[in-house]
Design a binder for this molecule. Structure first.
Ligand SMILES: Nc1ncnc2c1ncn2[C@@H]1O[C@H](COP(=O)(O)OP(=O)(O)O)[C@@H](O)[C@H]1O
Ligand SMILES: [Mg+2]
Length: 365
């Protein structure tokens, strides 16, 4: 296993979701979900389509009632409160701005009516400045780009000073380049305001980039939650390992203590704690951890591979290569200038460094 000293953010949960479940007829959308959202954090919910991300968000803000379980926010049990009593800011994929109202009036819609007119104006100005849209107040939504519209929606959601900002795939309607830009803006806005935020995304790269905490969901369950580093370097299972980034898997069998054997025969030294001899395992290694043309005396396992294809990704070249002995295909990342010199069909030697190997129960995904 990769050793990484990860210091988690100050962990006092603002929101605590305990064992909530939700069914729609025969579909179990959430099955005993636990989730802690640290105060001030930018938490991302990730997982494949249909795993329950939107349902969890809707349960948190009260648009959906839960079948069982409790939701506590800022020390208060909010499970049975109406959405408005929960005071949460919501932004969905479609911006849902009022098309006939200008930007100022869209944002003012979120400001509590109890404030005086001057105060509302001041507040709207401050919010527009916070999202980088000062001077756009008179425009109508149709006169703004998708990214700008989404920022108006965020300003409107922030207007009531919500305890929690909930975003459901807020960037997915934007094209690739705009998406990168708006996500960077969103991240810095969140840090500046310090508002506790939960964002749903199905884009793992987006989650790794912006979140300081990630919860990975699968089939109505949170399977692992932690810092992006934790999840990337210490994935709890194959599903998390393969969902956040890419990981290669090789079938093997536990042999002696501290040693497993690949299907192709090589002995590999790894931590086998708790594994009886003969137990099937999957060894995992990330493409960037596979070492090309290793020097002698490195601690790890050498394999002979044949390159099947190359993919130029700019900074590096990703090679897909097959293990000559057992047909397993591995992806490895090498510097692009080096990768250029390795053609399809080339025979290469690689090292799997012992410290970079992960051991998972076999077959479980
Ligand atoms: N209102 C609903 N009625 C029936 N089934 C629903 C409803 N909302 C969600 N579901 C089902 O619950 C599961 C989780 O859905 P959802 O939370 O939307 O997933 P995600 O946002 O992760 O894609 C899916 O199987 C979905 O079809
Ligand atoms: Mg969804």
């Amino acid at each position: 296993m990769t050793a990484m000293n990860v210091i988690d953010a100050d962990f006092s949960p603002l929101l605590r979701v305990s064992r909530i479940s939700k069914r729609f007829g025969r579909t179990s959308a959430l099955a005993d979900v636990d989730l802690d959202v640290p105060r001030g954090s930018f938490t991302c919910l990730v997982g494949p389509s249909g795993c329950g991300k939107t349902t969890l968000l809707r349960c948190i803000c009260g648009l959906e009632t839960v079948d069982t379980g409790r939701i506590v926010c800022a020390g208060r049990d909010i499970t049975d409160l109406s959405p408005s009593a929960r005071q949460m800011g919501l932004v969905f994929q479609s911006y849902a701005l009022f098309p006939n109202l200008n930007v100022t009036r869209n944002v003012a819609y979120g400001v509590p009516r109890t404030l005086g007119r001057r105060e509302i104006e001041r507040k709207v100005d401050a919010l527009l400045e916070a999202v980088g849209l000062s001077g756009y107040g008179a425009r109508r939504p149709e006169e703004l780009s998708g990214g700008q519209q989404q920022r108006v929606a965020i300003a409107r959601a922030l207007a009531p000073e919500p305890s929690l900002l909930l975003l459901d795939e807020p960037l997915s309607a934007l094209d690739a380049q705009l998406r990168l830009q708006v996500r960077a803006e969103l991240q810095s806005l969140q840090k500046r305001l310090g508002v506790t935020t939960v964002m749903v995304t199905h884009d793992q790269a987006e989650a790794l980039a912006v979140a300081d905490r990630i919860a990975v969901m699968k089939e109505g369950l949170v399977v692992q939650a932690g810092s992006p580093f934790d999840l990337y370097y210490r994935p709890a299972d194959r599903f998390v390992a393969g969902f956040l980034g890419r990981m290669n898997f090789l079938s093997a069998k536990a042999q002696a203590p501290g040693c497993v054997q690949l299907a192709s025969g090589e002995a590999v030294g790894v931590d086998t704690e708790g594994l009886a001899a003969g137990v099937a395992v999957d060894l995992g290694i990330r493409p960037e951890d596979v070492v090309l043309s290793p020097e002698a005396a490195n601690d790890g396992t050498c394999l002979g591979l044949r390159v099947l294809r190359r993919e130029f990704v700019g900074a590096m070249m990703r090679l897909e290569a097959v293990h000559v002995g057992c047909d397993a295909v591995l992806a490895l990342d090498v510097p692009a200038r080096l990768g250029r010199t390795i053609g399809e069909g080339a025979e290469i030697e690689v090292l799997l460094p012992a410290a970079r190997l992960h051991v998972f129960p076999a077959g479980q995904v």
